[in-house]
Design a protein around this ligand. Structure first.
Ligand code: ADP
Ligand code: MG
Length: 347
């Protein structure tokens, strides 16, 4: 039978990006109003004077979150934030949101109201209107799909592919803490599963837990860029770790990069937790996930303006593609950057 000869490819043989590429490579675009389709943090649609930005993210119980340690209010907040972050990564501002949920019989009205309290708090904080969604049932667990629509002036749209040689590579905030927060929660969860009377010890981990459970999106950077009249040449949000996002900027801009280990922002609090967990803080910054900081490039002429913002670190610069993609360590060795971010299929 022909069925038997058909080639089958297990999803675990592919990375997430190879899968998306395989699924979307034959997609046709019919409308001039589709300015940017698949391939960036959000799609861009012509909306007359301005451009509209659309992004969507799905969160699955057991894959992206565990209700053992994620309060539903935090989950609602985070589910909104991850989408806002993708909108900011286009240098745009989020305006509307639609929310779809699938829930099983184990959830109560009160639990779902907590989830919505988190969504509302995020909408209040970031001034976004919740305008619709869909509600359905699931056999097991909870699934959440959120779509956010944003707005940007056409001359300010920032893609992943616009970086130029010698542009400065900049990053907001600090990196690695969200991953460390997840490690702390996973450790306590395992202890709890072995002994249900176990009381989790979470004192002293406030910062890393906050970064994991209640992240923020960098609206402040977009406001700062607007105020200082800076349009980055490229930008991406850091959801999968610095390495993987830098490689996206490089490959989409057809360039290489040189970043310096001692410039990569790892906060003191993350360093303390990393030491306790026997993890290398730099590796958490490079390969951990869910920091939701913004990684962007600007021309050298913007250096002085950028330096005025203490939330921004300049970590290196873009180079010709022939020079490769490297991190220079404190001992002055060059290490090739590799993508070791999240892989939802466990490959
Ligand atoms: P991010 O991490 O910024 O949310 P993703 O890695 O999820 O971005 O997606 C990269 C690009 O691929 C985006 O343009 C996204 O819209 C697109 N994409 C992801 N999954 C699919 C899919 N199943 N079908 C079509 N496009 C997709
Ligand atoms: Mg993104």
């Amino acid at each position: 039978m022909t069925e038997r000869n058909k080639q089958v490819t297990e999803l675990k043989e592919l990375g997430e990006f190879q899968l998306i590429e395989a699924l979307t490579k034959d997609v046709k675009i019919y409308h001039k109003s589709t300015i940017k389709g698949v391939g960036d943090d959000a799609a861009i649609i012509d909306a007359g004077d301005k451009a509209m930005v659309v992004t969507t993210d799905m969160l699955m119980e057991g894959i992206h979150f565990s209700l053992v340690y994620t309060p539903l209010m935090h989950l609602g907040y985070k589910a909104a934030i991850v989408n806002f972050s993708d909108v900011y990564a286009m240098n745009a501002k989020p305006k509307q949101m639609v929310v779809s949920i699938a829930v099983s019989g184990k959830f109560t009205l009160e639990a779902l109201q907590d989830f919505y309290a988190g969504l509302r708090l995020a909408c209040d904080t970031y001034q976004v209107d919740l305008v619709g969604g869909d509600t359905t049932s699931s056999l097991t667990g909870m699934a959440i799909s959120i779509t956010v629509i944003g707005e940007v002036e056409k001359n300010k749209i920032t893609y992943r592919n616009g970086a130029k040689i010698n542009d400065l590579i900049c990053v907001t905030g600090d990196l690695g803490a969200a991953y460390l927060g997840l490690q702390v929660l996973e450790r306590e969860k395992q202890l709890f599963e072995q002994n249900k009377n176990f009381q989790p010890k979470l004192d002293g981990y406030d910062y890393v837990l906050h970064r994991q459970l209640k992240p923020e999106a960098r609206k402040d950077l977009i406001d700062f860029l607007e105020e200082k009249n800076i349009v980055p040449t490229s930008m991406i949000d850091i959801s999968d770790g610095l390495s993987s996002e830098l490689l996206h900027l490089c490959s989409q801009s057809n360039l290489g990069c040189k970043v310096f280990q001692h410039k990569i922002p790892v906060g003191d609090k993350a360093e303390l937790v990393a030491a306790e967990l026997n993890l290398e803080p730099l590796i958490c910054a490079l390969n951990g996930g869910e920091d939701y900081e913004l990684l962007f490039t600007v021309p050298l002429v913007d250096y002085e303006k950028i330096m005025k913002n203490t939330e921004i670190s300049v970590i290196g610069h873009m180079v010709d593609t022939s020079e490769g993609r490297y991190m220079i360590t404190e001992a002055d060795t060059a290490i090739e950057l590799r993508a070791q971010g999240w892989n939802a299929y466990g490959g």
